[in-house]
Write a protein that binds this ligand. Structure first.
Ligand code: PKZ
Length: 191
């Protein structure tokens, strides 16, 4: 995205943030049927308005903002705070939108975060244009929502087109989840 478009990008991120707030709020409410029907119509109005701006893949703002999930309505936004050639540190705070049972994060969301974080790290420091071949997650403890958590990622081995990575998600000294994954770089010409 060019510098001239940077302002538009910020505005788009604001809209995605508002959407995330909507998702989290939806998980906390119990509106009566009349209010639900009225609100559903409002959401449909917003969707129809947005459809007026559908764009070809290369021009979509969410795609341009792919890093750190910030421009994607479903991915979990995170911060990569430190990155070397083989290791990465980061932080993430899950919201009520990511809740499975009371105040703890849905396991599938944690796996999605690992796929995104490890995939980004492999793209930058391993081999670009790689895809997840496998991703194994061990859930060591429940993961709290609304709390800043620490993430690590490391590249353990590169063999030909294969990059082997591991990651952790921790709440202070408590390891919430660990992941190990293989990313395979696509052969030239493979979509
Ligand atoms: C400043 C710049 C910033 C840029 C910043 C960009 C940021 C960008 C961030 C993106 C972050 C999103 C990250 C999400 C990443 C996904 O979520 S990708 C989507 C989910 N994954 C998929 O859809 C993959 C589907 N599968 C496939 O496409 C193909 O099976 C694969 C994985 C590409 C492999 O196919 P292939 O290229 O034909 O490879 P193949 O010859 O079968 O195997 C190659 C080697 O890998 C091994 N292998 C393959 N699969 C496996 C497996 N499952 N288990 C074990 N070994 C395997 C083979 O045994 C073989 O080993 P060797 O014989 O070489 O020792």
């Amino acid at each position: 995205m060019t510098e001239a478009q940077a302002y538009d990008t910020d505005v788009f991120v604001d809209m995605i943030e508002a959407f995330r707030d909507l998702q989290a709020t939806l998980c906390l409410v119990a509106p009566p049927p009349e209010a639900t029907t009225e609100l559903t119509a409002t959401i449909e109005d917003v969707t129809n308005r947005l459809k007026e701006f559908e764009a070809p893949e290369g021009d979509r703002v969410a795609r341009e903002l792919g890093l750190r999930g910030i421009g994607h309505p479903v991915l979990v936004p995170y911060q990569a705070t430190d990155m070397s050639d083989t290791g990465m540190l980061g932080s993430v705070t899950f919201s009520y939108a990511h809740m499975g049972s009371t105040n703890t994060v849905h396991g599938g969301v944690i796996t999605m975060l690992f796929d995104d974080v490890l995939g980004m790290f492999v793209s930058r420091k391993g081999q670009p244009n790689s895809r997840t071949a496998f991703l194994k997650v061990n859930y060591r403890n429940t993961t709290p929502v609304n709390r800043e958590l620490r993430m690590t990622a490391s590249i353990d081995k590169i063999e030909g087109r294969k990059t082997f990575v591991t990651g952790t998600l921790s709440d202070g000294d408590i390891v919430c989840a660990e992941a190990e994954a293989l990313f395979v770089q696509l052969l030239p010409g493979r979509p």
